[in-house]
Design a protein around this ligand. Structure first.
Ligand code: BG6
Length: 487
């Protein structure tokens, strides 16, 4: 039996360009889909209602494109890492981080997305960021697309439902491999590829009010992402022999709400449609049989081209990764009490406590998930995101006491260790928002995940000064002892 974490376990931290970088109009960057998501910070949290923020309409989108300053678009300032990256990476190194998961902004490299040649200033920015990581001996995991698509690809081509997106993405991928292949250690073509289903604007850059058959457009767009993923794996393996490319989903672990067979069947379907479908295509290399019935019931017809099936089969991923925040239950009872989740509304589990945002905390669910994923695929697993969004209080002396965050991380790390001892091949962990950044779902700064605090409010006011929370020192000790000292 294995004991504890492997000695080369990759303890790290994760961020995404749109949520942390800011500098939306610097270095020749083009506008992207995340730069266009507004937040009215004057409203109370209840008033803001996540749904309002989540829905993008053509009107809102056009208004955002016309606005050339920061306006009320928090992703345009993020945590200003664009001008603080040296300081941030030095703090990561001080904490002992072995790996930094960050995303590259597509619109920094190709401002419109369909150019022939990349923007040199954008490439140079990431060269500098990576050099800084390497200076401290930190490994790098790059997410190539974390929701932020150049807006031109939406206005001109309609987003991922257009097959041309595959070529644009592959040109981008090839550019990244050619420029950063020698420094980047792991690649994820898509963040949470199942977002296409649970948040089509973020995931596949679709505007609902422009679609006649929304569900079909989503599935067509997802097919294009699956093909882009396979072609990216092919490119990576050809250009960078030995390179590691993974897939990533937002993992929605479901339990049957009761032992009623109807609920159990519902749980199987929920797991298939929200989780397994995506990883099955990218790990096993083909569309799973259970999706035939799903497509037929919804009158969905996916257009495929010659060679697609072979590409999917031949170019599967080297590892599987996911974000994990909460769990939910599956029920056929439509009156079952609801709660919030990661860009979704989830059915409530009476045995779990929830965060201030209604996300149900469930460390055991992580162990369950790790076992399920490993049983199914038997390839290495990486936890790309996990963490607790909470409001932090800065004390008069500048200290920030966040025992709730430490507790959440501790419980989940213990569950990971149990899973490793169950035999799961888990090789890394990057807690989300290792430094405070703008929340993706609720587009606010006050929902903080970081062990590093950033002085900035929901309006973008603040010094952007970085400071260490109690959890910083706690995670530092966790890393130093390879997950042994967690109290
Ligand atoms: C994941 C995303 O869905 O969850 C991140 O990949 C996001 O971008 C994270 O920030 C946490 O969600 P939220 O809505 O609390 O920011």
């Amino acid at each position: 039996m294995r004991k504890g974490f492997p000695k080369d376990f990759l303890w790290g931290g994760a961020t995404a360009a749109s949520q942390v970088e800011g500098g939306f109009d610097r270095g020749g960057k083009g506008l992207d889909t995340q730069d266009c998501r507004p937040n009215n910070a004057h409203l109370s949290r209840t008033e803001r209602n996540l749904k309002i923020n989540k829905q993008m309409t053509t009107e809102k989108f056009q208004k955002a494109i016309a606005c050339r300053d920061k306006g009320d678009y928090p992703f345009r300032w993020g945590a200003e890492q664009y001008s603080h990256y040296k300081e941030d990476i030095a703090l990561f190194a001080e904490m002992g981080m072995k790996l930094y998961r960050l995303s590259i902004s597509w619109a920094r490299i190709f401002p419109n997305g369909d150019e022939e040649t990349p923007n040199e200033e954008g490439l140079q920015y990431y060269r500098d960021v990576f050099a800084e990581c390497k200076k401290y001996g930190m490994k790098i995991l790059v997410t190539m697309l974390h929701y932020a698509v150049p807006v031109h690809l939406v206005t001109e081509y309609g987003g991922w439902k257009n097959r041309k997106m595959i070529d644009f993405f592959c040109r981008y991928a090839e550019t990244l491999f050619a420029n950063f292949g020698d420094v980047v250690d792991y690649w994820l073509p898509f963040n949470e590829i199942n977002a296409g289903k649970f948040n089509p604007y973020n995931g596949v850059a679709l505007l609902k009010d422009q679609e006649e058959h929304y569900e079909e457009a989503i599935q067509q767009a997802l097919h294009h992402q699956f093909i882009a993923n396979a072609r990216t794996v092919k490119l990576a393996h050809e250009m960078l022999p030995g390179s590691k490319v993974g897939c990533m989903i937002a993992r929605f672990c479901h339990y049957p709400a009761t032992c009623h067979p109807e609920d159990v069947m519902q749980q199987i379907h929920d797991e298939q449609y929200s989780n397994w479908y995506f990883t099955d295509v990218m790990v096993r290399g083909y569309y799973p049989e259970y999706m035939d019935r799903y497509f037929e019931n919804k009158n969905i017809h996916i257009r495929m081209e010659d060679g697609d099936t072979e590409l999917l089969k031949q170019y599967t991923v080297d590892f599987v990764s996911f974000s994990y925040y909460f769990t939910q239950v599956s029920t056929t009872d439509s009156a079952w009490e609801k709660t919030d989740g990661n860009l979704i509304v989830a059915a409530k589990n009476p045995y779990l406590q929830a965060s201030e945002w209604g996300w149900q905390k469930d460390a055991m669910g992580l162990r369950i998930t790790l076992n399920q994923v490993y049983d199914r695929y038997h390839i290495p697993i990486f936890i790309a995101e996990n963490g607790l969004g909470a409001v932090d209080q800065v004390e008069e002396d500048g200290s920030i006491h966040d025992p709730y965050r430490i507790e959440y991380l501790r419980d989940h790390i213990k569950a990971m260790r149990d899973a490793v001892e169950d035999g799961v091949d888990l090789f890394g962990y990057t807690p989300w928002g290792i430094i405070d950044l703008v929340s993706c779902g609720s587009i606010e700064m006050s929902k903080r995940y970081g062990v590093i605090y950033v002085d900035c409010d929901d309006f973008g006011n603040g010094t952007f000064k970085r400071s260490k929370k109690d959890s910083f020192y706690w995670y530092q000790r966790c890393i130093r002892t390879n997950g042994e000292e967690l109290e």
